[in-house]
Design a protein. Sequence first.
Length: 103
Amino acid sequence: MYAIVEIAGQQFKVEKGTKLYVNRLDSEEGSEVKFDKVYLLDNEDKITVGTPVVSKASVSAKIIKQCKSDTVLVFKKKKKKGYQKLNGHRQMMTEIEIQDINA
């Protein structure tokens, strides 16, 4: 059984027990979160496609930790001018584990 669900503005294919890194969620570590925007649900080869979402379907997950992603380097350069600039940042992420898919 799997589902395609929207989490923090992005769509993910999830199954029970899957661990994901998503954009930061405003909940504490160890808390339960519920996602209601389920776009597709596959229950033992019976596929349900929502218009736009599947009604009465949800995905529950547990927040494992709040962390930062890998460093993203931003390099700017202008030819023949001697201008070079190197910046980097680390995006805030949330690691979640999918607990259950409710149809």
